[in-house]
Design a protein. Sequence first.
Length: 120
Amino acid sequence: MPAIGQGAIGIEIRNDDAATRALVEELNDPQTAIRVAAERSLNEGLQGGCQVPIAGYADLGHGVIVLRALVGQPDGSELVQGVISGKPEDAVELGRVLADDLLARGAREILAAVYAGTPG
């Protein structure tokens, strides 16, 4: 499973730059935006960063988004995995719910050990 947001291109522009916004808006793929919103919400709920062993992948099809995730010890000795599905318009909430579920099932301890620099 990939890291959160892998394969999506992010373009940052100034809020007040309407001309650039109009140009880059054509590049936006609404389905990718929904998927990335779910993944980023998951990552935010886990308080993940670039060096944290968190993976997440959202898939969208037939009117349903499926979000899969895992948090693991860096050496792979322990993994906490989860999956959630629902309506695409609930993508952000699904990410939050899945993050809470993973934290309650052991991800909190794994992440605390990683941030503290100690083995789990």
